[in-house]
Write a new protein. Structure first.
Length: 270
């Protein structure tokens, strides 16, 4: 019975991680107060790495055609310099530039964030900030397509992604807000946001590999981790597809309202 409850616990956290990772309401924040509500603490860093990998796979599956196109055309431009391949090559460059702020700040501030910012009050305040940002851009309809991006766009969206290292600041929310604030169309903003997630996520996994390998809990919790992984992958896939539909209809204001409701409740009652 205890083992069954353990499986349910990890399945629940896999669902929470998966459903909240793509949408702009902060997966890290929801994991913090999900643990608080249930008075459960997930031990071991391996679980976080597993959940990150599950969401990454969902993004890779959904954007597989874009990734194949960008890779093929990027290589073709590097080899031939044909103009028709240049926009995809430059999009790759902008993804690399946009990755730099989160990578640098993440390495420098990881210990500070984990020791000082992973608490419930910070999550509540950060959710309110996320809600305000989403509300401000709710009616924006940009004009920039993939080929219209610039280095400045990439840096600003990259800095927004770095800000999402703070629990409660949604990564997808911050990057989508910054992208739309820079005049990107909804589809371009969403694509850039989630393709930008890929190198950061892969980098996190590479840097965390030694921690994962040496985690003493990994052997005894392998089955719970795998169950959580599968649920997180499915939930991430469904959630991202749902967000694509919402972005197409311009309904981000509902996520802002959600953050306005949940943020104060977390601050006042948790």
């Amino acid at each position: 019975m205890e083992y069954f409850i353990l499986l349910l616990k990890y399945a629940f956290f896999g669902f929470v991680q998966g459903i909240t990772e793509p949408i702009p309401i902060s997966s890290s924040g929801h994991m913090v107060f999900a643990e608080k509500i249930l008075d459960i603490h997930i031990e071991g860093f391996s679980f976080e790495v597993f959940m990150n990998f599950a969401s990454l796979l969902a993004v890779l599956v959904i954007y597989r055609e874009d990734l194949v196109r960008l890779t093929t055309n990027g290589v073709n431009f590097a080899m031939t310099r044909e103009r028709k391949f240049k926009s995809d090559f430059m999009f790759i460059i902008y993804l690399i530039i946009g990755t730099i702020p989160a990578a640098v700040i993440g390495i420098l501030a990881e210990d500070f964030i984990s020791k000082n910012l992973k608490n419930i009050k910070v999550v509540g305040v950060s959710l309110i900030i996320t809600g305000i940002a989403l509300w401000l851009i709710r009616n924006l309809r940009g004009r920039k397509y993939d080929q219209d991006l610039s280095i400045k766009d990439a840096l600003i969206v990259g800095l927004a992604q770095a800000a999402a290292l703070i629990p409660g600041i949604s990564r997808s929310g911050a990057t989508i807000v910054a992208a739309m604030g820079r005049g990107m169309k909804q589809e371009t903003a969403l694509r850039y946001s989630f393709l930008l997630y890929i190198p950061v996520s892969i980098g996190t996994m590479i840097l965390s590999f030694s921690d994962l390998k040496d985690d003493p809990l990994l052997d005894q919790l392998l089955i719970p981790y795998l169950i959580a992984f599968l649920i997180s992958f499915i939930a991430s896939y469904i959630s991202l597809k749902w967000l694509m539909g919402i972005m197409a209809r311009g309904n981000l204001k509902y996520f802002a309202i959600y953050c306005f409701i949940v943020g104060p409740l977390v601050i006042l009652f948790m």
